[in-house]
Design a protein around this ligand. Structure first.
Ligand code: LMR
Length: 329
């Protein structure tokens, strides 16, 4: 009898906990490595706002900016372990899961961010969102940051100016090769370590969109910024496939709608945020902004473009062609 009562009690308690637990809001932890003021930072906050307005008491979103919960290298692992539910890594950081996304790192592939946008919206671009589902990673959308600018403690007008310098790169083989093509050295480094790396001279230069240069204050520790627009730094908003598919259908439908809305808004605002960030860097007056003449730009293209050949096999020439088409449209 005593045995039965104890068992029943355990049962009741666990049932009680289960029903209480199901009344709790679903928690979405969104971790990222940049500042709130950047396109990704703003997107994460917008997502939180809309979710909590439209799914009050049902879903709670916690945003952790600036590598405050997980930094580079750890955030993907955390997503797969279920420690966070949403992240938006740079497209340069997926090499471990798919080689196809390396396309976004190819130097001088896209003429501008509008071409990037067109490619991301094409069938080929949309297909890449689902290219990692066997790894339990679902892409929900692309978020723009913007085109990258080269910075260094030396004025970079031509590729030969970069020779022998050490550049910080994201964890991408393409970006390593890009600097090797300049006869420079590439050093992979987490985003949160870049300021110190530049300050202490562990690296002499880097490549970033204006919003990252401004919000991380890289301009304080880089004398020159060359407006090279040589590549893109965009993001894939991703979630854990099992988590997303396991959500109650009505909630998932609403979240999908919110994701579309936020994605559109981020992508509308990103260029303006980068323009504003550039204006702040110029106003700070600590680094000189170098504009390239068409002739100088041509030399950078000539030096970096051979990198494509090395990755064509992994990426697929059909995908590269599809991306090039986006320039022409
Ligand atoms: C970097 O590491 O430079 C970027 O990927 C950081 C970011 O998320 O914009």
């Amino acid at each position: 009898m005593l045995k039965f009562t104890a068992k029943a009690l355990v049962c009741a308690v666990s049932l009680g906990i289960a029903s209480w637990a199901s009344a709790d809001p679903i928690l979405i932890k969104f971790s990222h490595v940049v500042a709130d003021s950047t396109p990704k930072g703003q997107g994460a906050l917008m997502f939180k706002k809309l979710v909590e307005e439209r799914l009050p008491g049902k879903v709670e979103v916690q945003v952790y900016p600036n590598s405050s919960l997980f930094g580079d290298g750890k955030e993907m692992e955390a997503l797969l372990l279920g420690d966070v539910q949403m992240i938006a890594p740079s497209l340069a950081k997926f090499g471990q899961y798919t080689k196809k996304l390396q396309i976004f790192d190819l130097p001088f592939l896209f003429n501008d961010i509008n071409a990037v946008d067109r490619f991301q919206h094409s069938d080929a671009g949309q297909g890449l969102l689902h290219s990692m589902e066997s790894n339990n990673i679902t892409g929900l959308g692309y978020w723009h940051n913007g085109m990258k600018q080269l910075s260094a403690n030396k004025a970079l007008h031509e590729p030969k100016d970069a020779r022998g310098l050490k550049f910080r790169v994201q964890s991408s083989e393409v970006l390593e090769e890009q600097f090797k093509a300049l006869k420079a050295n590439a050093r992979k480094m987490s985003f949160s370590e870049v300021y110190q790396g530049l300050q202490t001279g562990v690296v002499n230069g880097a490549e970033n969109p204006w919003s990252n240069i401004e919000s991380q204050k890289f301009y304080e520790v880089q004398k020159y910024i060359t407006e090279s627009n040589h590549g893109v730094l965009d993001y894939m908003l991703i979630t854990n496939t099992k988590f997303w598919n396991g959500l109650p259908p009505d909630i998932r439908t609403e979240l999908d709608k919110i994701v579309v809305e936020v994605t559109d808004e981020v992508n509308k605002e990103a260029a303006e945020l980068n323009d504003k960030a550039k204006a702040k860097v110029v106003a700070a007056g600590t680094s000189e902004v170098i504009e390239l003449t068409p002739e100088e730009r041509g030399k950078w293209v000539e030096a970096m473009k051979p990198v494509w050949k090395k990755f064509e096999g992994d990426i697929g020439s059909d995908l590269i062609e599809a991306a090039q088409k986006a320039n022409a449209e």
